[in-house]
Design a protein around this ligand. Structure first.
Ligand SMILES: *Cc1c(COP(=O)(O)O)cnc(C)c1O
Ligand SMILES: [Zn+2]
Length: 402
């Protein structure tokens, strides 16, 4: 069993349809009962294939009824070409683009949609910069639920929009940014129109914990020194923190990596708060960045993210759009790993932090690369060299490639 608790005041929250604390308005979080897991040994988990449901004792829904597309189980690449270029010893990239809909959102959505079915909800919904809606639409299809997604007008990458439409969701573009869309969908949830599956729903981060479990599992329980990930709405860094804490409390690991969040320079309220040593942040009114998945000015889980960063002696840094696009290409062209711009923020952040000496050269680092390059083909085609043209002869092709 598990409990839903207020992150701020600790109150137990009984109503399963709330997205914030009825007493203080605080964020919700789940307290897992780890007694069931205490009886097993880490390597026992390996009887099940690598993936989200390998870690069922750490998930707050009935695994036997899970709505699953075999999410998780993503590669952990040992980036030997890139370390040479960066001057560090070890770098692994956790490639979340290999999930069923191409982003880490699937880890949370398998748990969230399973929870919606447990509760008997017929319609699920979310506001999204793209990947959440792509993922929710797919899992709603698998679970036989109606799905409504609200997208900010104009700024959604083509691949993500296509996915939401393809899986049969009702796709609504609202005239505003992500923060506006989230406010509207929250109201619809309060009016019982739909079950809210944004990451303020505490069941989603529970599924997202599994990216941290997999990293440790794939490294044979050797804990990295640092884990770097992009921060948008800020639930994922919290999920990663929660995962490490749960395993430490069982004695499966003896320390927690320094959690390091990277934001885009035009959209960096968490970085601002971190720089001034504060555990609360001031929203950015006009978030701007090419990395649309992290183009969020008022991160719903921002306070959780700051706790994760401060409690692990981690760091927060911002990177420019130019740095993001350069890092995206560097990863693709030195390791063959294609990620979307937001995901490349983690690599861009690592480069910057190695340069500034915050990350020392002998650290073992894992960068979580959150989404697939195919999500945003327009940005890629704008940032790459043009296409060569030739007559249909070997001679002319030789001319243009020389
Ligand atoms: C959602 C998303 C993020 C941001 O994750 P948060 O939990 O909102 O901080 C980063 N990258 C990609 C590709 C995403 O889809
Ligand atoms: Zn509270």
């Amino acid at each position: 069993m598990h409990k839903v608790r207020c992150f701020e005041c600790g109150a137990d929250v009984e109503d399963p349809l709330l997205d914030s604390c009825p007493k203080c308005g605080g964020l919700l979080t789940i307290e897992m009962d780890l007694d069931a897991a205490a009886g097993i040994r880490p390597y026992d988990l390996r009887k099940r294939p690598l993936g989200v449901w390998r870690y069922a004792p750490f998930l707050p829904v009935d695994a036997s009824k899970a709505i699953s597309l075999q999410e998780g189980g993503t590669p952990l690449y040992d980036c030997q070409n890139l370390v040479g270029k960066m001057g560090i010893k070890r770098l692994h990239v956790k490639y979340e683009g290999a999930n069923p809909t191409g982003s880490f959102k699937d880890r949370g959505m398998t748990v969230g949609v399973s929870r919606a079915l447990e509760l008997g909800c017929g319609t699920v919904g979310c506001a999204s910069t793209g990947n959440t809606s792509a993922s929710l639409a797919a899992y709603a299809a698998k679970g036989g639920l109606r799905c409504v997604v609200l997208l900010p007008s104009g700024k959604v990458a083509a691949g993500k929009l296509a996915q939401a439409m393809f899986y049969g969701a009702k796709v609504v573009m609202v005239d505003g940014n992500f923060d506006d869309a989230l406010a509207v969908v929250k109201q619809l949830a309060r009016e019982r129109e739909l079950y809210l599956l944004n990451s303020v729903n505490p069941y989603r981060p529970e599924g997202q914990k599994t990216v941290a479990f997999e990293i440790v599992d794939q490294l044979n329980f050797e804990v990295p020194d640092r884990v770097i990930l992009p921060v948008g709405n800020a639930a994922n860094i919290w999920a990663v923190y929660k995962a490490f804490k749960e395993w430490r409390s069982l004695g499966w690991i003896d320390r927690i990596p320094m959690l390091t969040g990277i934001q885009a320079a035009g959209s960096a309220p968490i970085v601002e708060a971190f720089r001034s040593g504060k555990r609360d942040f001031v929203p950015e009114e006009h978030p701007e960045t090419v990395a649309t998945a992290i183009r969020i000015g008022n991160p719903a889980s921002g306070r959780k993210a700051l706790r994760a960063i401060f409690d692990t002696k981690g760091y927060a840094e911002s990177v420019t759009d130019e740095e993001i696009l350069a890092a995206q290409k560097l990863l693709g062209r030195s390791e063959g790993v294609g990620v979307e711009p937001a995901s490349a923020a983690s690599i861009a952040g690592l480069l910057k932090l190695v340069d500034s000496g915050i990350v020392s050269r002998d650290e073992k680092v894992v960068c979580i690369c959150t989404g697939n390059v195919l999500k945003d083909p327009d940005t890629v085609m704008h940032s790459c060299e043009g296409i060569l043209k030739a007559k249909p002869t070997a001679k002319d092709v030789r001319r243009v490639i020389s």
